[in-house]
Design a protein around this ligand. Structure first.
Ligand code: THU
Length: 298
């Protein structure tokens, strides 16, 4: 399948890994449906504002949504398809809101990259005629989605390596190491540094700050996160925590909960010797408490 990809938004930096996953997911759909090689799908990534406008204009629905797909109308006159040019057979356009994908990836606990791939699959299945209006057809569509996503199932380690590239890991480790130098630890003498990366690519750092009233101590991770939030950044993606430990240091439970509040998806555990371990926050905090729980039942 030929996939044309356009990113028309600036709010969220779509990692190269997410694009790769999205392409693989669409190829999986193409293979499962034995689509001819010359099949073409256009993907456009937009923000909430843009998808809201399209939703309003074409579906009379006055709100943003996650994905919209428009099948190419074979009967329409303005044919992009030229029959004597067998090179492309346009299936249609898929429009995805990166902002909604980020939010939903966080809510469902599987992250931005995976949500983006899921939405592309969902949109592509619509182009192939699947729908979810009736329970029966919905079940069929869900099963097809699952098949495509199963096909691209990567190992946890592959997924981690793809989600946070080596250059980003290096940068966050360097920043956390530098922040660690400012740790105020007259009591424990255990210095910790942290660096956090937002979805739009900005970084913030923090170190642990202790107090003679021990319980008032604040960890490096939380200080980094609060620095980000204090500067107006709430869309966090990845956090690195670093200490002088034998194994890469694991963040404490309280910090895991605070990471979850602001959408951290990946945690780089590191030590001063240069060892790192990258894990999804969902593995460090399964069944965490989230703001969804605060929604009123009635
Ligand atoms: N500490 C952190 O900064 N992060 C953690 O995740 C665990 C512990 C700090 C708090 C205290 O200053 C010192 O390490 C010893 O507990």
């Amino acid at each position: 399948m030929n996939i044309t990809y356009n990113d028309e938004q600036r709010r969220i930096k779509v990692p190269a890994a997410a694009k790769k996953l999205l392409r693989e997911a669409l190829q999986a759909v193409a293979e499962l449906h034995a689509l001819p090689d010359n099949t073409e799908v256009d993907i456009t990534i937009v923000d909430d504002k843009a998808i809201h406008q399209i939703n309003k204009e074409y579906r009379q629905v006055d709100r943003p949504t996650d994905v919209l797909s428009f099948a190419f109308d074979e009967s329409a006159d303005e044919e992009p398809e030229i029959h004597d040019n067998p090179e492309a057979h346009l299936l249609g356009n898929i429009i995805i809101s990166a902002e909604t994908a980020r939010r939903q990836g966080q809510e469902y606990g599987h992250g931005f990259n995976r949500e983006l791939a899921y939405l592309a699959v969902h949109g592509c299945l619509h182009l192939l005629g699947y729908d979810h209006m009736q329970p029966k057809e919905k079940a069929v569509m869900r099963a097809e989605e699952e098949k495509a996503l199963q096909k691209i199932q990567l190992s946890q380690q592959d997924l981690a390596a793809a989600a946070v590239d080596a250059k980003t890991v290096k940068k966050l480790v360097r920043l956390a190491k530098k922040a660690r130098e400012n740790a105020y630890t007259p009591y424990s003498k255990f210095k910790v540094g942290a660096a956090v990366l937002t979805h739009s690519g900005t970084t913030f750092t923090g170190c642990n700050v202790e107090n003679s009233s021990y319980g008032l101590t604040c960890c490096a991770e939380r200080n980094a996160i609060f620095n980000a939030v204090g500067a107006g950044a709430q869309d966090l993606y990845c956090l690195c925590v670093l200490a002088e430990t034998k194994e890469p240091v694991a963040p404490c439970g309280a910090c895991r909960q605070v990471m979850s509040e602001f959408g951290v998806e990946w945690v780089i555990m590191a030590n001063t010797a240069g060892a790192t371990k990258i894990v999804p926050l969902a593995d460090l905090l399964p069944y965490g408490f989230t703001k969804q729980a605060l929604k009123k039942v009635r």
